[in-house]
Design a protein around this ligand. Sequence first.
Ligand code: GSH
Length: 231
Amino acid sequence: MIRQRPAHLKFQRKLLNFSDQSSRTVIDLYTTSSPNGFKATIALEEPALPYTVHHIKIASGDNRQPAFLSLNPYGRIPVIVDRETNITLFESGAILLYLPEKTERLLPSDSKGRWAAIQWLQFHSCSMGPILGQRVHFETSDAKVPTAIERYRRLSEEAFAILDARLAKVQFLAGDEYSIADIATFAWVHVAGFCDFAMDPYKSLALWRTRIQARPAVQKGITMPEPATGP
Ligand SMILES: N[C@@H](CCC(=O)N[C@@H](CS)C(=O)NCC(=O)O)C(=O)O
């Protein structure tokens, strides 16, 4: 009987320079150097989970190839394929919730801390990441649309102010423990920093950013896959 290879394996081999490394890891990560991608790379680096990176070059249209769309019909990175559990996941927030289940890391074990982490992850996914994405788009676009620039500047400053007030009271977003909420938030705060979005009014947020950035897994995660975005 001829067995069909799963679509993602065909894709790896044909389009993504299949590497032998993937036979030694159980997680395939499809990503590029971008804030949503950094959430996945940092969360994989933290517990030192071995993974294989497949660089999806958006400018070349890799994310619109049928094989990639079979992993994520929405055509966006990041995507992970866990060959151990046969689970394929897109949406960075879902990936951030999946990895703690696998590694028992990055999500507080007590109910209060865990729900605080999930709440701030949701705040990030719904009220911060997409807003900052729009702000970067409208502020860097050649066509200047003043109402859009003003709207996304105001909404992102509001999100920064909320985070700043939270971080004036606690060390990490979930409270005492570093978690997936810090990873998600950091990925976009990092990018906002080198887009020159002023952080001066947000002292606690800026101090937190320095603390998170000092972590070795974060240092590594923001350079994956090379060449990385930003400094
Ligand atoms: N909500 C998605 C957003 C993912 C997303 O927009 N990824 C960008 C890179 S940061 C992308 O793949 N863009 C490709 C495109 O827009 O065609 C998530 O959090 O994973």
